[in-house]
Design a protein around this ligand. Structure first.
Ligand code: 5GP
Length: 173
């Protein structure tokens, strides 16, 4: 396993992203994290964000043991509360093909938030299949499957404090 982004670099960038989000949402923000991968990012981002802040969670089907997107997004857990009239930021671990995020944004936009923006810790633009707007991007990465800082491979490695590349890609078959 090779470290791609160190814990210190992540923490520094997350603080910058929190400052950008606060600047754009002076009246407070409702953060919607996409489970499970975004839970570590949300936790650090929220603690770096001063002022009014509330949370909710969604769960969607992920790659599981595969490393390629099916293009199908299944809603496994919906929000607890409505978002009408609220300033919402989706908190996502990584935008890869963009299919998951576009689908989520469509679902949430249909619920009439006052504003809807997206924060992704990682972006891999080389694999994008659909145009998607992400206002806050932590790091742009190359075409390697990554784990750590909430991201898993078959439910392992989420607890790593850094982002790493696995030596071989077990989901590639
Ligand atoms: P997309 O729909 O943009 O292709 O995929 C988004 C989702 O796929 C992410 O939220 C994440 O759960 C998963 N994913 C994409 N790339 C990676 C990766 O490199 N590592 C891990 N662990 N998950 C990934």
């Amino acid at each position: 396993m090779n470290v791609l982004i160190s814990s210190d670099d992540i923490q520094r960038r997350v603080r910058e992203m929190a400052a950008d989000i606060r600047r754009d949402h002076p009246d407070g923000v409702h953060l919607i994290a996409v489970l499970k991968g975004a839970f570590v990012f949300l936790s650090d981002l929220a603690r770096a964000l001063p002022g009014r802040c509330s949370f909710d969670f969604m769960a969607v089907s992920s790659y599981g043991k595969r490393s390629s997107s099916s293009g199908q997004v299944q809603l496994l857990k919906d929000l607890d509360a409505g978002i009408e009239g609220r300033d919402v930021v989706i908190v996502e671990d990584i935008v890869d093909t963009g299919l998951t995020l576009v689908c989520l944004q469509d679902i949430l936009r249909a619920r009439s938030p006052r504003s809807l923006r997206t924060a992704c810790l990682l972006s891999r633009p080389s694999r994008r299949q659909i145009e998607v707007s992400v206002e806050y991007v932590g790091f742009t990465i190359e075409d390697k499957f990554v784990v750590g800082y909430g991201l898993d491979c078959a439910e392992q490695h989420r607890n790593l404090p850094y982002i790493a590349v696995l030596d071989d890609d077990p989901g590639a078959t």
